[in-house]
Design a protein around this ligand. Structure first.
Ligand code: ATP
Ligand code: MG
Length: 598
């Protein structure tokens, strides 16, 4: 790897003159086929598919070999750059390390680390070797780490001396299957720790070229744990074929062009940070920015400016935090390279879309997907008008519909076994997708029955409630579990949160249903304020009135509580189930993914 001072080696920015990859949605939808998208892959020389081949090796013989694949911005200002050629060698080395250690194909390699170069090398090297990559968020405490390593039958763990000593060493006795722990760090320090091996020493001891494993399309490649927003995280299993969807969505939704400078701010501990923080951009010959540090408004603007980021993929909470400090701040930076901004993970409030226009001169494009879908399914596209507050329209190749739910929240099946779908626009129901796209999960690890319950009448049930307007745009209503039933109305917390967010004093809002003897449930909102606002009774009343005026008495919160912050998990999602448990004095349940938690 080459250490470099902060500076620019990246070619001319594509700029605003770049034509969108998808010029016309309806036309693209009519013409699209997954078989044709599959043809876009290089494929392994001997047949079969390997994600790492698509991400790295396919570029090595051509003009992209010398292009930076990853620019890794260290916490302390150090920058490391890996060209596609260098990434090819490093990932070959790691595949060889696994071979030397006797790891077998299909066995699980976990990484527990911050966004350091070795994380990326280990991810892709694991795939080259034919074993299964599973990322863990470095902020996890020992319990969630143990839970996931155990569930995933971890064979190898790559981590750092500090994380190992603080979180893993104490678990070793209970993890007999974990044969190898490779530490990235100081050689001397590692030598003094029993039961571990030196990552860098091993990398030096092997060859920098290997024969990539002849993986088949259906071979397991990735194990991703869900965010744990609604309960205990589930382990979603993905296969090498997923690369078809990663590449297609990178092109169609994120509008990635060769040599773009792309920044996906998600940590690979979450599926976004792997599908779009590692795989998709590399399959398209893009330079990916990786920032090791956590969110900091000034640092983020500086990265967008100095790296001349062209496409930026981030999350609503980050955008809301930037919004909190004002659009003027954004305008102090030269963000002229930026061509496209996308957001995922949570509903994107219409205010944030509009704020994007003000701060960056372009709207933020919301898109929707899940760990289970492996890639983006519904999106606002560059060539299509954004409807603020809407998730957009289904990806070409994806059939999405709205299923009617019964009083227990289950999709309604007709006598012939088919699903009862909602046809009239504006009526809400569960978002369902027709299975068969390449990045679809192939199972929940160790939970076959639960996996099967996700399907009914030939559809995949997402668990999210939506409505579809007359033009086919989907609007997020809420997670099935979060929806509030109040005096006969079904209320999505997002709608109420967005209304509160429109008030100038409100920075964050989380809304739950609180049991009520008369109404069944009443709406309660927890609100965090922007700096400079006093959390007094007068403001609380003002907010109640403000919400009632916007939403009407049936939907507006009956209660508002001003809090210092709203609990979120590490992928930035509001944890409403935790707000509810606390409100009702119930057990908090699994909080392994809570930010600031473990
Ligand atoms: P768990 O399944 O463990 O409760 P999770 O569902 O939050 O956690 P993820 O797979 O990371 O785990 O998140 C997917 C979910 O995030 C979606 O089902 C949806 O509820 C929400 N989501 C993602 N993107 C959007 C979006 N653009 N708009 C609204 N909701 C979104
Ligand atoms: Mg989920």
């Amino acid at each position: 790897m080459v250490d470099q001072a902060l500076g620019h080696t990246i070619g001319k920015r594509p700029g605003g003159s770049v034509a969108p990859n998808m010029a016309d949605y309806d036309q693209a939808r009519a013409r699209f086929s997954w078989a044709a998208a599959r043809e876009e892959l290089a494929g392994l020389p001997g047949g079969g598919v390997n994600i790492a081949h698509e991400a790295v090796d396919r570029h090595l013989g051509g003009p992209l070999a010398g292009t930076p694949a990853l620019r890794l911005l260290g916490k302390r200002g150090d920058v490391r750059e890996l060209t596609y050629a260098q990434l090819g060698q490093e990932t070959d080395r790691f595949a060889n390390v696994l071979r030397v250690l006797g790891v077998r194909r299909g066995e699980r390699v976990f990484v527990l680390a911050g966004r350091i170069p070795e994380l990326y090398v280990a991810a892709l090297g694991t795939l080259k070797h034919g074993s299964v990559f599973s990322p863990l968020f470095s902020a996890f405490g020992p319990e969630p780490i143990e839970q996931r390593l155990r569930l995933g039958d971890a064979r190898v763990l790559v981590t750092t001396p500090a994380l190992y000593s603080r979180k893993v060493a104490q678990l070793r006795d209970r993890l007999p299957e974990l044969a190898h722990v490779l530490l990235v760090g100081d050689e001397q320090e590692i030598a003094g720790i029993p039961g571990v091996e030196d990552f860098r020493g091993l990398m030096r001891s092997v060859d920098d070229s290997c024969e990539i494993a002849a993986t088949a399309a259906e071979d397991v490649a990735l194990l991703h744990f869900t965010s744990g927003t609604t309960g205990m995280p589930k382990g979603a299993v993905h296969v090498h074929e997923a690369a078809v969807a990663h590449r297609a969505t990178g092109r169609i939704v994120l509008d990635l062009h060769e040599r773009d400078v792309f920044w996906c701010t998600a940590d690979p501990g979450w599926v976004t940070g792997t599908s779009y923080g590692i795989i998709a951009p590399l399959t398209l010959g893009v330079t990916s920015i990786v920032d090791e540090a956590e969110f900091d408004a000034d640092r983020w603007y500086r990265i967008l400016q100095d790296e001349r980021v062209t496409v930026w993929y981030t999350a609503p909470t980050a955008l809301r935090m930037l919004m909190r400090i004002g659009a003027e701040v954004a305008r102090e930076y030269d963000l002229s390279a930026l061509r496209f901004i996308a957001s995922v993970g949570e509903p994107l409030n219409p205010e944030v879309v509009e704020w994007g226009r003000e701060a960056f001169g372009m709207p933020v494009h919301d898109n929707w997907w899940q760990t289970e879908t492996g890639g983006i399914m519904i999106a606002n596209y560059r060539s299509m008008d954004v409807r603020p507050g809407s998730m957009g329209r289904p990806l070409p190749g994806i059939e999405a519909a709205v299923a009617r739910r019964d009083a227990n929240g289950r999709a309604v099946l007709r006598g012939d076994g088919s699903l009862e779908l909602v046809e009239s626009p504006e009526e809400q129901g569960e978002l369902v997708l027709r299975p068969g796209w390449p990045s679809m999960f192939r199972g929940y690890l160790g939970e076959q029955a639960r996996y099967q319950r996700c399907f009914a009448g030939g559809w995949y049930l997402t668990g999210d409630l939506v409505r579809r307007d007359a033009d086919g745009y989907f609007w997020f209503v809420g997670r099935g579990d979060d929806v509030i039933k109040s005096a006969g109305h079904l209320i999505g917390p997002f709608e109420v949160e967005s209304a509160l967010l429109a008030h100038p004093a409100v920075a964050e809002a989380g809304v739950i249903g609180k049991p009520d003897p008369v109404a069944g449930e009443v709406v309660k909102a927890f609100v965090a304020l922007k700096p400079g606002h006093e959390p007094d009774e007068e403001l609380r009343r003002e907010l109640l009135g403000f919400a009632r005026q916007r939403l009407g008495a049936a939907v507006a919160p009956r209660e508002i509580e001003i809090v210092s912050s709203v609990p979120r998990n590490r992928s930035g999602k509001i944890m409403r189930r935790l707000l509810k448990a606390r409100e009702l004095g119930l057990p908090e349940g699994d909080i392994s993914t809570l930010e600031g938690g473990s």
